[in-house]
Ligand binder design. Structure first.
Ligand code: ATP
Length: 309
């Protein structure tokens, strides 16, 4: 649904995007992550046909953003990171305005707008002036605006920025629903945990370059993000820690009042052999569990500035 080949963008002599390539299948929720100034907004503006690339190709639904911008615009809903709303309008009027600008007849809009307001949990604010909505509500109204023409692709630049935790959860729930509706979603953020639960794939961009891309789990294993295995015993904890220190792929072992924490670089097969070994020592184990490393860990690992693969 989205294809980017060797896309570059220069602002004067500043190289904001350097030959990035990306491929996003239909129905995927793609998290575009990177620190401030990495090039996320630039990429999204190009996809949204608002900015021309310096070189390279970007396509949405098979249409080139440079050659067929009108076709691309029909297929995308774009939510910029900064947006203004027309304060003197009520929520419903605001959506009518956008619906009309897409050429949707009034009768159709009358049906559509209540559905959109319901989708973004703003039904009770239909007759409220936009300027009296909270920031989270304005963000959701803006999302409804992006959906007016039923686009296949949503390009959402930091849709959760500046929202409090509850508003972020609401936004996340709406995005889950949009995924269920089959939309392809590209969503940027530098706040990673908020993406973790909902993205299928991530692309990490830094200084205008894609430094990693794929399923979160694949990226983790490719980067060999070290696992931490947490083991709880009924007794003989120190003895277990001592024995573990001599095992292959164990890089360090720590104990605290919650149990034994094993930093482990082995793969799943080696880990299962380690579990057999631990059981064979006949120390009474209560649990042996791999701590979930999250998107935050992956991000820090990739962007810490050290040598890369
Ligand atoms: N119009 C412009 N003229 C000159 N430089 C620009 C312009 N727009 C962006 N840049 C620079 O290009 C780089 C990439 O900016 P971009 O806004 O794409 O990053 P971003 O990843 O979206 O960052 P953020 O998370 O802060 O929004 C930054 O160094 C930025 O300063």
């Amino acid at each position: 649904m989205i294809e980017i080949h060797n896309l570059s963008k220069k602002y004067g002599t500043f190289h904001a995007l350097k030959d990035i390539s990306l491929h996003i299948e239909k129905g995927t929720v793609f998290g575009f992550v990177g620190p401030n100034g990495a090039g996320k907004s630039t990429t999204m503006s190009i996809l949204a046909t608002l900015m021309l690339p310096t070189s390279g190709v970007a396509k949405v639904g098979g249409y080139d953003v440079t050659q067929h911008p009108k076709e691309v615009r029909k297929r995308i809903g774009y939510m910029p990171d900064f947006f203004g709303v027309y304060d003197q309008l009520k929520s419903t009027e605001y959506l009518h305005f956008y619906g009309a600008s897409y050429g949707i007849p009034r009768a159709e809009r009358e049906q559509l707008i209540p559905q959109l307001l319901e989708l973004v949990n703003l039904s009770d604010k239909a007759d409220t002036y936009v300027d009296s909505l909270s920031r989270g509500m304005k963000q959701r109204l803006c999302l409804a605006r992006c959906l007016v023409h039923d686009p296949d692709v949503l390009i959402l630049d930091e849709p959760a920025s500046g929202l409090d935790p509850r508003a972020r959860i609401e936004m996340r729930e709406i995005l889950k629903e949009l995924k269920l509706m089959g939309k392809t979603i590209i969503i940027s953020s530098h706040i990673l945990p908020e993406l973790a639960e909902m993205v299928d794939e991530i692309g990490v961009i830094e200084h205008g370059e894609m430094v990693a891309q794929g399923k979160v789990a694949d990226i983790q294993s490719r980067l060999r993000v070290k696992k931490v295995i947490h083991i709880r015993t009924l007794e003989r904890e120190e003895e277990l820690a001592e024995k573990l220190r001599d095992e292959l792929h164990v890089t360090s072992v720590l104990t605290d009042n919650t149990g034994v924490h094993v930093h482990y670089s082995g793969d799943d097969v080696q880990q299962s052999a380690l579990l057999r070994q631990v059981v064979s020592w006949e120390i009474p184990i209560v649990s042996f569990q791999e701590a979930q490393s999250n998107l935050e860990d992956v991000f820090l690992e990739i962007t810490k500035g050290g040598p890369r693969e």
